[in-house]
Design a protein around this ligand. Sequence first.
Ligand code: AP5
Length: 197
Amino acid sequence: MKLILLGPPGAGKGTQAQRLVDKHGIPQLSTGDMLRAAVKAETEVGKRAKAVMDAGELVSDEIVNAIVAERIDQDDCAKGFILDGYPRTLAQADAVADMLAERGLHLDVVIELVVDDKALVGRILKRAEEAKAAGQPVRKDDNAEVFDERLREYYKKTAPLIGYYYANDLLKQVDGMAAIDDVTAQIDAVLADTLRN
Ligand code: AP5
């Protein structure tokens, strides 16, 4: 099973991806996590990405496409994977289609978490508060100001993927405003349906 979780910042992509990892035994490929690890390790990619991420903008297609192409060749991806936060531009969507085709693979489904924008900033601020209270590091982009830019980037560059995948007959939508367990149940139903067809 190879699937994409699509949605704006704070939609619940990471939360649901974690649950799918546990249930289906396939890895979560989060470009955000991979980039944050590169920033922490101060690699060349991390140095190039840091300021862009801190500002809430998107890292270049070239960088993220290269990271994903390398990652999907690892053994744990043989049975499939969950793309979380990738692709995020039309160029990335074309790149992943090519990457998969070159390997004789294809995407099974793209699941869009449909959410109300107004709820998102609240989720992000809550996450920042919880991290702080637990003595954990707070993401540099988890504040109201940077969140605005993340959402703008989403609408400018990522939202067009909804039409792209709809036109490719791959898009399924779930109500991302529901409680976390209910969203999981909706995703399970989509995947069961996808596996049947
Ligand atoms: P990334 O790490 O991908 O961040 P994001 O897309 O902004 O997503 P988040 O992790 O904030 O939200 P999420 O949808 O995963 O929600 P979550 O489950 O965490 O990207 C960060 C940056 O990296 C980008 O800005 C960019 O710079 C760069 N980057 C990454 N990928 C890139 C790419 N492909 N191309 C270019 N640049 C890239 O949930 C959020 C909170 O809400 C949590 O506290 C959670 O508990 C809560 N929550 C979840 N679901 C619900 C629910 N149903 N009800 C109530 N609360 C909920």
